[in-house]
Design a protein around this ligand. Structure first.
Ligand code: SF4
Ligand code: SF4
Length: 385
């Protein structure tokens, strides 16, 4: 939807897992009170008239417990009925109980969970026992009708096993969504696990080939999104759209930030739900102005890039958080974005306008036997969904 916006609710920054590369959990973090949800509803009632997606994120949002969701979900669904709220939740599923699963199913809350590949690889970076606990939660979710998709974080180590990880997702028929591990701002060795941008770019090209080769067997969400971006010439996920003013996060104490990634960093507080701030007030805060300055900076810094329309300088958090709020460059993943956007654009141009050995099969026409899988075929699959 054109003017849809996104509010992430962070019930706590606490998490029972101890993933080696995690930068977003905080021990001893308080848990959001139901009164804060009431304030969120009152704030959003008069904030915008557009459709809203509410994502519960963390830390681990299920630490808030079943009673929290039994009250919060109907409160939001009914209080914001005019904004037709859709829900989502990001969780490792360790704390999922049958009771919680029933509440999530009742309100159609799809869950994004995290598995980094087969057990050995996953536990080597997320800690012993992680895989088994998440799979246990997954079984509960399935049994109670909760839809679950897994996100796979690729680190500087696990990227070396990309073939094995891909096969794990393929064989289990799991949709694959990937995240590159980011430098941790809370660690003395921030780059230890981070996926270097050039390797991220090569990983995306590898996954593009796999997505084409196995188009009928697996969906790789990032590849679908990237292909759609190039085709429509418009960013369709937050990283490649201007998220400023369209995404907000509310921390456990009701403070508002530009995104869940900034929660707990006092310099990025935009306001408080208890004050029911307008969009204008939020964007006039120091954090709001910084986000808008980044948008303007991208117009110049990326001005000559062929991908600017559907990349928009990548994620502002990646660009400004590591430099303590100074805008000194665009998202460091630029190298990866250029690599994959170039690859997709060049292949599409070859398919549409011809190239050496090119045979036009037409949009959605099944490819000839023995020929290399084509992006047009993948695009056809995406648009006919
Ligand atoms: S700051 Fe980055 S992760 Fe957060 S909404 Fe914006 S693009 Fe997405
Ligand atoms: S690929 Fe790099 S230069 Fe091009 S728009 Fe994206 S961040 Fe800017």
């Amino acid at each position: 939807m054109k003017n849809a916006f996104h509010v992430m609710l962070i019930p706590t920054l606490g998490c029972p897992a101890r993933c080696s590369y995690c930068w977003s959990s905080e021990e001893g973090s308080p848990v959001m009170k139901i009164e804060t949800i009431r304030e969120v509803v009152e704030w959003l009632k008069h904030f915008r008239k557009d459709q809203v997606t509410i994502t519960f994120h963390g830390g681990e949002p299920l630490l808030a417990g079943v009673d929290f969701y039994r009250q919060a979900l109907p409160m939001i669904a009914e209080g914001l009925r005019e904004l037709t709220p859709e829900f989502a939740l990001q969780s490792n599923l360790w704390k999922l109980t049958p009771e919680l699963a029933d509440v999530l199913a009742q309100y159609n809350v799809p869950v994004g969970s995290s598995i980094d590949g087969p057990q050995e690889i996953c536990d080597s970076q997320r800690g012993a026992g992680y895989f088994a606990k998440t799979m246990q939660g997954y079984e509960i979710a399935k049994a109670h009708g909760v839809s679950v998709r897994f996100i796979c974080t690729f680190t500087s180590r696990s990227v070396k096993s990309k073939e094995e990880i891909f096969q794990f997702f393929l064989q289990n028929r799991f949709t694959l969504k990937l995240h590159p591990a980011l430098p941790s701002l809370r660690n003395s060795n921030p780059d230890q696990w981070a996926l270097p941008p050039p390797e991220y770019g090569e990983l995306l090209v590898y996954l593009l080939d796999q997505a084409l080769e196995h188009a009928s067997e697996i969906d790789i969400m990032n590849i679908n999104d990237l292909v759609r971006c190039v085709f429509t010439r418009r960013g369709n996920v937050c990283t490649f759209a201007n998220c400023m003013g369209n995404t907000f996060a509310v921390g456990p104490d009701g403070l508002i930030y530009p995104c869940y990634r900034f929660v707990g960093m006092p310099e990025y507080v935009m306001g408080s739900v208890s004050d029911r701030p307008s969009l204008e007030t939020l964007m006039n805060s120091d954090a709001g102005k910084l986000m808008l300055q980044y948008k303007e900076y991208v117009d110049t810094a990326c001005g000559t890039c062929r991908h600017i329309k559907y990349c928009r300088g990548g994620c502002p958090y990646n660009a400004i958080a590591p430099t303590a709020g100074k805008i000194e460059g665009v998202d460091p993943h630029c190298v990866a974005y250029k690599r994959i956007f170039d690859e997709i654009s060049d292949r599409i141009n070859t398919e549409i306008f011809g190239g050496p050995g090119f045979e036009m099969t037409g949009f959605g026409t099944p490819q000839a036997k023995g020929s290399k899988p084509k992006i047009m075929t993948l695009m056809h699959k995406i648009v006919t969904r």
